[in-house]
Design a protein around this ligand. Structure first.
Ligand code: NAP
Length: 243
């Protein structure tokens, strides 16, 4: 089946400096999409621009910072006049039993995983309006569908993303703006590398997904005809039989 031609579409990818965001940028550019790479680590997104060429633009921002996010979308509007895809992918997780967890870590996760999605989505909506097939896709997690031991606050932020999207879909669907979530299971990325060898061992034993596996799911959803909303994609390693 031939996918919809995505040539010339414009996408903002948050968390484009590594993992799923970086893989998605590569795949979208291969499909002819112009990508705006957003992350804090300037050198990483500059290196990706050097690889991808004129189809990519790097803009540094902390997605938890509303003013920095506003600057990103003002620049997107100035350069491209609109937007076809917002991929809310930036996120972080801190692994800890809740009783021993640090409120400073709760705040970091809420700032990025929830406020980051809210700031970027609110700034993007006016740019998505009127663009056929426009889509907002946010990365939740299997941990946003099922609570996971030692990931309680992370899970809470990812459940929040699912709830937010279900409500937003009802606000924007009649305008033809597609609102979608992707819920990956274990993926080989830098995510959670701070936690322990146990996580690495678990990824090995599960034969974890690659970032490209998740990026393919995003491109599948985006490349559907504008009338088609792929509302939710839960994608996990086949061996990950429980959360
Ligand atoms: N890997 C998994 O097993 C897994 C499973 C389910 C869901 N997810 C979700 O997948 C998404 C991508 O994660 P990943 O696995 O690809 O991990 P990753 O390689 O650690 O990538 C995380 C990205 O988020 C960016 N980021 C973090 N805080 C940010 C901030 N305040 N402002 C802007 N960007 C920020 C990072 O860039 P900078 O540090 O340069 O800012 C980085 O590009 C996350 O939402 C994560 O929760 C991952």
């Amino acid at each position: 089946m031939k996918m919809r031609d995505l040539t010339g579409k414009v996408a903002v990818i948050t968390g484009a400096s590594s993992g799923i965001g970086e893989a998605t940028a590569r795949l979208l550019v291969a499909e002819g999409v112009r990508v705006v790479l957003v992350a804090r680590r300037r050198e990483r997104i500059d290196a990706l621009v050097a690889e991808l060429g004129d189809a990519a633009l790097a803009l540094t921002a902390d997605v938890g910072d509303a003013a920095a996010v506003a600057d990103v979308f003002a620049e997107v509007e100035r350069r491209f006049g609109g937007l076809d895809l917002l991929f809310n992918n930036a996120g972080l997780g801190v692994n800890a039993k809740f009783e021993a967890s640090d409120p400073a870590d709760w705040k970091r996760m809420i700032d990025v995983n929830l406020y980051g999605v809210l700031h970027c989505t609110q700034a993007a909506i006016p740019l998505l309006r009127g663009r056929p097939g426009a889509m907002i896709s946010s990365v939740s997690s299997v941990g946003g569908r099922y609570g996971t031991e030692s990931w309680s606050v992370y899970s809470a932020t990812k459940f929040a993303v699912v709830g937010f999207h279900d409500a937003l879909r009802k606000e924007l669907g009649s305008e033809g703006i597609r609102v979608s979530v992707i819920e990956p299971g274990a993926v080989w990325t830098e995510f959670g590398q701070n936690v322990s060898d146990a996580m690495r061992d678990r990824r090995e034993s599960l034969d974890a997904l690659t970032s490209e596996d998740v990026a393919q799911a995003l491109v599948y959803a985006f490349a559907q005809p504008p009338r088609v909303l792929v509302e939710e994609i839960l994608i996990r390693p086949v061996k990950q039989v429980s959360p």
